[in-house]
Design a protein around this ligand. Structure first.
Ligand code: ADP
Ligand code: MG
Length: 238
C-alpha cells in the first residue's frame, strides 16, 4: 500500500494541452474515483500514473518516490482496463501468472500466488479454462485476478465495467468494493458514471475539460457542490 500524490500535472499532445495542472492527493488505502464526462482527461491521467504516458510538467509520487521517469514495470502498480484483453491461448491460471513469469518468479511461487488470488476472487474452479469458455463477469474477475496476483501498492481501474450489462455491473461494483475492503490497496478508479462514483468512492474527484472541479466525499459533493457543473453532474441521474 502507498499514498499517491499528483501535483500540478499538465499534459499536452502535439502542443494542445488536455490536462491543465491537476493536483490530487491520495491517502494510503484510499479508494478514489475520478469521474467526469468523456474526453475530460481521466484516462490520460491514469495512464500517466501507470507510466504509460509521459507527464509534460508536474510530479507524480507513489509513497515517497517521485515516479515521473520510472518505467511502468518498475512502478508497483497494476491496471485493469475497460477491454480486459486476456490472452486467448492461455488458461486462466496462465493469464493470472503471466506478469509474475515476466518478472522471472519461480514456478512454485507463481502457483502459490495464483492460487491465493484465485481463492480471493472465487476463480479456483476455473483455473484450467480458457477465456472463450468464460462469461463476461468471469473474464472481468480474471482481469482483476491478474491485477491482484502481484499484491501491488496501487490498483488502477479504467472504466472496468463499461462493457458489462447493467445487472452484472451492479454485482461487480460490490465485488470490487469487497476486494478493496479486504486488501485495502490504494485504488484509483476511473468512470464517467456518477452512480458508480457515488456508491464506490471514499473520495470523488470531479474532472471537467482537463481540470479538477472539486474533490471530496460523495456526501460532501452531493450536499455542497462548489459550482453548477458539479451540482449538475453529481446530482443528475446516470
Ligand atoms: P477520458 O478518459 O476522460 O474520456 P482522455 O484522457 O481519453 O479522456 O482524453 C482527454 C483528451 O486528450 C481528449 O481530448 C483526447 O482526444 C485527447 N487525447 C488522449 N490521448 C491522446 C493522444 N494519444 N493523442 C492526442 N490526443 C489525445
Ligand atoms: Mg477514458
Amino acid at each position: 500500500m502507498a499514498s499517491v500524490h499528483i501535483h500540478d500535472v499538465r499534459k499536452s499532445f502535439g502542443g494542445f494541452e488536455v490536462l491543465h495542472g491537476v493536483t490530487v492527493p491520495i491517502e494510503d488505502g484510499e479508494f478514489v474515483v475520478l469521474v467526469g464526462p468523456s474526453g475530460c482527461g481521466k484516462s490520460t491521467l491514469l495512464r500517466m500514473l501507470a507510466g504509460l504516458e509521459k507527464i509534460s510538467s508536474g510530479t507524480i509520487s507513489i509513497g515517497d518516490r517521485v515516479v515521473n521517469d520510472v518505467q511502468p514495470k518498475e512502478r508497483d502498480i497494476a491496471m485493469v482496463f475497460q477491454n480486459y484483453a486476456l490472452y486467448p491461448h492461455m488458461t486462466v491460471a496462465k493469464n493470472m501468472g503471466f506478469s509474475l513469469k515476466l518478472r522471472d518468479a519461480p514456478q512454485d511461487e507463481i502457483d502459490k500466488l495464483v492460487h491465493r488470488a484465485a481463492g480471493i476472487l472465487a476463480l479456483t474452479p476455473l483455473l484450467d479454462r480458457y477465456p472463450r469458455q468464460l462469461s463476461g463477469g468471469q473474464r472481468q474477475r480474471v482481469a482483476m485476478g491478474r491485477a491482484i496476483v502481484r499484491d501491488p501498492q496501487v490498483f488502477l481501474f479504467d472504466e472496468p465495467l463499461s462493457n458489462l450489462d447493467a445487472k452484472l455491473r451492479v454485482a461487480m461494483r460490490t465485488e470490487i468494493k469487497e476486494l478493496h475492503q479486504r486488501l485495502k490497496t490504494t485504488t484509483v478508479y476511473v468512470t464517467h458514471d456518477q452512480i458508480e462514483a457515488m456508491t464506490m468512492a471514499d473520495k470523488i474527484v470531479v474532472m471537467h475539460d482537463g481540470i479538477v472541479e472539486q474533490m471530496g466525499s460523495p456526501l460532501e459533493l452531493y450536499d455542497h457542490p462548489d459550482n453548477r457543473f458539479v451540482a449538475g453532474f453529481i446530482g443528475s441521474p446516470a
